[in-house]
Design a protein around this ligand. Structure first.
Ligand SMILES: NC(=O)c1ccc[n+]([C@@H]2O[C@H](COP(=O)([O-])OP(=O)(O)OC[C@H]3O[C@@H](n4cnc5c(N)ncnc54)[C@H](OP(=O)(O)O)[C@@H]3O)[C@@H](O)[C@H]2O)c1
Length: 258
């Protein structure tokens, strides 16, 4: 492709066991040059093993390692151990993709979201683990010579309030703001928040089946009938956006943006 993908790259990808993360791993593997590496993170060992198989089927010349980890219970030490075997000098590009995420408790409307433990649990996965892994990543790959790129998989719901998915909206909004602050403090980093459009995955099935707001369920029904974005199309779009680098660090790009 172009310069971005023509370097020996180490990709660290969360939420790699299914859905968008699994397809993204496969899409990226088609572009990586030999001696690149991928570190896959999620809970499901079976899902991760499948992703590894799919990646190496596309590209046998890249090294794939996976870690079954529950990001509801993460800490810096855990991430340090995961990144420990990666050589800080071997790769020209270190690419961290925060894709793991959850919708949260769909029984609660905003006025009912009164349990700090529930909030903490939700934010542990969707914000705290993201900030923690980012911090460990930046500390580990701190040489000036290599490029560090961080992708935050975000959502329209991070900028548009939707009824009955309060945890999700707040989680995505806060995560985006974290990366905007990080970009402001570190202008040489390459940071992108990418909103992939509506994709048929376990997560969207869960929202369309269980959210309390009838309007949102209807919206998903209409999308289901005609407007799903194909998962491979959104992943292709993301790898192209990264290659073109036509965005300001810290900003957001949506699948539907030109
Ligand atoms: N689908 C859409 O329409 C859409 C739209 C906008 C944004 N997004 C975003 O895209 C990302 C991927 O979503 P998806 O639709 O592909 O959902 P999905 O199919 O439910 O996949 C979610 C991924 O996150 C991982 N994950 C969830 N909880 C985890 C935990 N506690 N610890 C470690 N990993 C965990 C899951 O792996 P395990 O279950 O194996 O742990 C899985 O790999 C999310 O950030 C989502 O918000 C999706």
């Amino acid at each position: 492709m172009n310069e971005f993908w023509s370097r020996r790259t180490c990709v660290i990808l969360t939420g790699a066991s299914k859905g968008i993360g699994q397809e993204l791993a496969v899409e990226i593997s088609r572009l990586l040059i030999p001696d690149s590496a991928m570190v896959l993170i999620a809970r499901s060992t079976v899902g991760l093993e499948n992703t590894k198989y799919m990646v190496n089927k596309e590209n046998k010349d890249i090294f794939v390692e996976y870690y079954s980890v529950d990001l509801y219970n993460s800490n810096a030490l855990m991430f340090e151990k995961i990144l420990e075997p990666i050589d800080q000098l071997k790769y020209e590009l270190y690419l961290l993709i925060h894709n793991a995420g959850s919708v949260g408790n769909l029984d609660h409307l905003a006025a009912d979201m009164n349990d700090p433990d529930e909030w903490n649990r939700y934010m542990s996965l969707n914000l705290y683990s993201v900030a923690c892994l980012t911090s460990v990543f930046l500390a580990k790959f701190n040489t000036k010579k290599t490029e560090k790129c961080i992708v935050n998989i975000t959502s329209l719901f991070g900028i548009e309030a939707k009824q009955s998915v309060g945890y999700y909206c707040v989680g995505k909004a806060s995560r985006e703001m974290y990366f905007r602050v990080l970009a402001k403090e570190n202008p040489t980093l390459n940071i992108l928040s990418y909103s992939p459009g509506p994709i048929l995955t376990d997560m969207t099935m869960q929202i369309s089946a269980n959210c309390k707001d009838q309007k949102l369920r209807e919206e998903y029904k209409i999308i289901r009938e005609r407007d799903w974005v194909k998962v491979e199309d959104t992943c292709k779009k993301l790898v192209n956006v990264l290659a073109m680098r036509n965005y300001q660090t810290g900003s957001r790009i949506d699948y539907y943006d030109v």
